[in-house]
Design a protein around this ligand. Structure first.
Ligand code: ZN
Length: 350
């Protein structure tokens, strides 16, 4: 089969690989639709070190091709979502409620990290009963593929924020995760949602997903503007969906005492991420910093799919570009350089 792989740091291309085979609890999925993630670009740039011939991608839906003897929930022909994070559910971290961290910190992240990812004609899913979810009739593959990572991660950022009904929320960066954090904050009952971004298309989508105000960091002082919009009180929850130290520090600054800084961003630079001392109340303002990695699991994905089925959220307007599988190299370059206002490129498999 054909797979799109990382050939070395900064190098990608196609390779021929054998179709994977399932262990007793696993499934093999024939991919139908996928999305490129900004973290795929981070990987190619060396975020997890050098990799040779590693299949990229972790956001995909498809048709069950083959299952192991112990798989009970799925059979060949089922239309399914595979979680971007595919934890080991027997691990103690999973039993403690942190399945993304099964085995080790970030250990639930296997696709395009410790095993081949989803940008191939067929891909392997461990613990299929727990890590796949059936796509209900009436929900398209194009929408369902957002359950893998973007909805799950963005919603978790809002869930981690403990947003009180009517509370104020600021979301730093309105890429796909930030946009789904806006949507999640709305679903959680926020009374004021402030989105921070400078790109017009993202600002427009943020308003669709529930942002009441937009702060353009290229034109205004973000902290001053958010404080003004909240009558000088600050927000109950600030969501960092970028992975920049400046955005993180601004998130701490605009969060009111007792509030939550919910980090969803990948902080890939430097030895230390600094906390602004005074606005942190010299460590005593009861501002909580919470972090996350996209949660996995069938139960969670079924809840995401229910949101799609009921029409509460339509993630498909985030698909700004569509490519065929054999055009992945171009799609990757566009996502890497964020060309042409790209938010999410959808990959269509044959
Ligand atoms: Zn992703």
């Amino acid at each position: 089969m054909k797979a799109f792989v990382m050939k070395g740091i900064g190098k990608v291309g196609f390779a021929d690989k054998p179709i994977p085979t399932p262990g007793p609890n696993d499934a093999i999925i024939k991919a139908t639709r996928g999305l490129i993630c900004t973290s795929d670009a981070h990987t190619v740039h060396g975020a997890i070190g050098p990799r040779e011939n590693l299949t990229l991608g972790h956001e995909a839906v498809g048709i069950v091709h083959q299952v192991g003897a112990e798989v009970r929930q799925f059979k060949p022909g089922d239309r399914v979502v595979a979680g971007a994070i595919t934890p080991d559910w027997g691990d103690l971290a999973s039993q403690a409620g942190f399945s993304s961290q099964s085995g080790a910190a970030l250990g639930g992240w296997k696709f395009a990290n410790i095993k081949d990812g989803t940008f191939a004609e067929f891909f392997h899913v461990n613990d299929a009963d727990a890590n796949l979810a059936a796509i209900p009739a009436g929900v398209s593959d194009e929408a369902a593929v957002y359950c893998c990572d973007m909805m799950s991660t963005g919603f978790k950022a809002a869930e981690n924020g403990d947003i009180p009904i009517g509370g104020a929320v600021a979301v730093f960066a309105l890429g796909a995760v930030g946009l789904m954090a806006v949507a999640g904050a709305r679903l959680r009952g926020a009374g004021l949602i402030i989105g921070v971004d400078a790109v017009a298309k993202r600002q427009e989508l943020a308003r669709v997903y529930g942002a009441d105000a937009i702060v353009d960091f290229s034109r205004e002082d973000v902290v001053a503007r958010i404080m003004q919009l909240t009558d000088g009180r600050g927000v109950d929850c600030a969501i960092e969906a970028l992975g920049s130290e400046e955005a993180f520090q601004n998130a701490v600054k605009v969060t009111k005492p007792g509030g939550v800084i919910s980090n969803a961003g990948y902080h890939g630079k430097g030895e230390v991420v600094g906390i602004p001392r005074l606005e942190w109340g010299v460590g005593m303002a009861e501002k909580t910093i919470r972090t996350l990695l996209c949660p996995g699991g069938r139960l969670r994905m079924e809840r995401m799919l229910r949101i799609l089925k009921s029409g509460r959220i339509d993630p498909t307007p985030m698909t700004t570009h569509v490519f065929k599988f054999d055009q992945l190299e171009r799609a990757f370059e566009m996502m890497d350089k964020k060309l042409d206002g790209i938010i999410k490129p959808l990959i269509v498999f044959a």
